[in-house]
Design a protein around this ligand. Structure first.
Ligand SMILES: [Zn+2]
Length: 293
């Protein structure tokens, strides 16, 4: 797998930028979930955002889960970045779609997600209690919502851009994003230079389409700051489901529910929400599970 995720830092150490070419990740997602154009953009952006948030945790055994519940036609959108940096996700209504946004002619992600609800971020650090932050959704366009999450919940000045370009035949042309975080102590001068850089940048998908690498995109954000690459890695869409995990999910249903399922069907099928893999459990296996401790 080629390196598609990069972490860069300004020479003075005050600004970190992660950038990703998530085209293959979103292509894989579209093949699994058969998403509509707008749903591809919504779930694709959330997956890209999750990968970037995970990139900021690198070196720590943490996973990040994002849950976007805005009351729009797509339902709830889920994305997880595991401790290995790989991502997976799903949405309730992958086929939901809307006409292009009349204001700008773009995919109307904000309306598909909706703005009547919350973005929940769960960081699991392998401790007893995960860290949970929740903010009201601002635009449903996702990059703005992630930026707002960092500002409100973690008090970290952040800039985020996410993009998914969908071909007319619904295949994914390009996808990617970047995230910038300023460490405490950034001067007014530095902040205004960063703002200038950001205002000069084209959309992420335009830059990727032009052949720019994640490193080149990150360096464009940090233009004038003598940036260096901290590390590069390859991340992909990857589900880590297993028969054992599904058994735990079933076990969680409780004894009564398991007995009912066993009496209704000779075989119960469980489908993984993230990768659509099917797991079959016989009535006998369900009854054993109901009896087990
Ligand atoms: Zn799976």
């Amino acid at each position: 797998m080629k390196n598609n995720l990069v972490r860069t830092i300004s020479k003075n150490g005050g600004a970190i930028v992660c950038a990703i070419d998530s085209t293959d990740i979103v292509r894989n997602m579209e093949q699994i979930h058969k998403t509509s154009a707008t749903a591809s953009a919504a779930l694709g952006r959330l997956l890209t955002g999750a990968a970037l948030m995970g990139c900021f945790l690198k070196g720590e055994e943490e996973s990040v889960s994002l849950k976007l519940k805005g009351g729009g036609p797509i339902g709830t959108v889920h994305a997880i970045c595991g401790t290995d940096g790989n991502v997976r996700g799903y949405c309730d209504q992958p086929l939901a779609d809307l006409p292009l946004n009349p204001a700008n002619g773009k995919l109307n992600v904000g309306a598909l997600v909706g703005t009547d609800g919350t973005l929940t971020v769960i960081k699991d650090m392998g401790l007893k209690e995960p860290y949970i932050g929740q903010i009201p959704i601002e635009t449903g366009e996702i990059a703005e919502d992630i930026t707002a999450y960092y500002a409100k919940s973690e008090q970290i000045p952040t800039a985020c851009a996410l993009g998914v370009l969908v071909n007319p035949d619904l295949t994914i042309r390009a996808a990617g994003g970047f995230m910038l975080q300023l460490l405490p102590g950034a001067s007014e001068e530095e902040i205004s230079l960063i703002e200038q850089n950001l205002s000069k940048l084209d959309a992420v998908t335009t830059m990727l389409d032009r052949g720019m690498t994640p490193t080149e995109i990150a360096f464009a954000v940090l233009d004038g700051f003598e940036p260096n690459v901290l590390d590069e890695s390859g991340v992909e869409y990857r589900c880590n489901c297993s028969r054992d995990k599904m058994r735990r999910v079933l076990k969680g249903l409780g004894k009564e529910e398991l007995e009912t399922l066993a009496s209704e069907d000779p075989e119960t099928e469980i489908v993984c929400s993230y990768c659509n893999k099917k797991y079959l459990f016989s009535a006998e296996q369900l009854r054993e599970l109901a009896q087990s401790k």
